[in-house]
Write a protein that binds this ligand. Sequence first.
Ligand code: EPZ
Length: 420
Amino acid sequence: MDKIRIKGGIPLKGKVVLSGAKNAALPIMSAALLTDGWSTLSNLPTLRDIQTEKKLLSFLGASFEEKPEATLRINSSKIDRFEAPYDLVKTMRASILVLGPLVARFGRAKVSLPGGCAIGARPINLHLSGLELMGARIDLKHGYVEAKAKKLKGAEIVFDIPTHTGTENLMMAACLAKGKTIIGNAAKEPEVVDLANFLTAMGANIEGAGTDIITIQGVAHLHPADYRIMPDRIEAATYMVAAGITGGEITLDGYDGSCLETVVVKLREAGLEFSQKKKDLTVHGPRKIKSVSLTTQPYPGFPTDMQAQFMALMSLGQETSVIKETIFENRFMHVSELRRMGANIQVSGNQAVVKGVSRLLGAPVMATDLRASASLVLAGLAADGITEISRVYHLDRGYEGLEKKLLPLGARIERIKESA
Ligand code: EPZ
């Protein structure tokens, strides 16, 4: 397993080009299962999770054409398997996103239950109850979900919790159902809207994506489409924090801060400054970081996927910040590692009290999940001395070429191949 070594203390300066959004690319690739023929997806990020999704789709029978410039063509004309096996699903929970498309187009699917992960139990009950309302028969056997339906029918579904991938799974299923589906208390994340835009380009009839109520009028079939994946807003916010925590100045190429309004508000409160020139957004880190409290919420609230990164920033705050995590039950795995670097953080339940310290000290630390690993990189960039982060495969799941993008900004960062 590779490690990343960082010598911290350098204010980062320069321009970063964002990659396509992982959490838009994964459902959009799954949506290609809904039709035959070639769909062309551009601005796809080069990530482990994208590779896993490709492996899963080709296991099902899809074929691919790799094109230059982060472009991939997908053809689902010859799908001849309807099972997502455990050894693939266990490496990536988002594999569950093939469930809706397979049942909608082929009337059957057998998908391994994703199981929990480091940050929580991650149940999929809302995905399954929605499919049942649409007429699917759901059996849970030997760790697999087996779903069968002659023909899905439109239904009125109201989520107890605005589940992000649950909304995406059922929106995809509803596109080919007979009749109208209404999804109430739907997730409003921008990635859900990106998926809806792709489905619409395929001929789907969807209204209200990005709001609490999504209405889908089923159609007889969909056709392939070409689509450019939206930029990764969580990657963008992570680089904003990199500017803030190192007191540097980072320009996000071609990004206008959209879909990150709440994050920008909180970062401004922490003392970061933002200037938009033409299409580029420049983030200026402060000399002194102000302590800011926040609670994670579904979009448009402060995203849980930025909680760990923001906590790294608050570790160097002037006073005390209270960070509340309301989405996942175990998303403070980065706390013990930040503490090893000198952070002063006390956790009780879903609340972390971060008492700012004057400096962090480099240390050997271990990544536990995707966003926790990003938080450790950020802390390492600001810390005095050397930080070595192990298990960086977590990082590679969601950040394309992180060290390659940080090096031109002046970071002293290198990847150490574990075998070395
Ligand atoms: C998506 O996960 C993202 N993953 C996560 O990003 C993100 O953290 C999360 O949404 C919240 O925004 C992808 O898009 C691939 P949820 P998802 O269903 O859909 C509960 C990252 O770092 N719930 O919105 O799995 C659940 O336990 C990853 O990129 C149920 O109870 O999240 C959680 O407490 C991590 N029953 C809450 O809802 C269900 O059937 C929100 O989960 C579904 C969810």
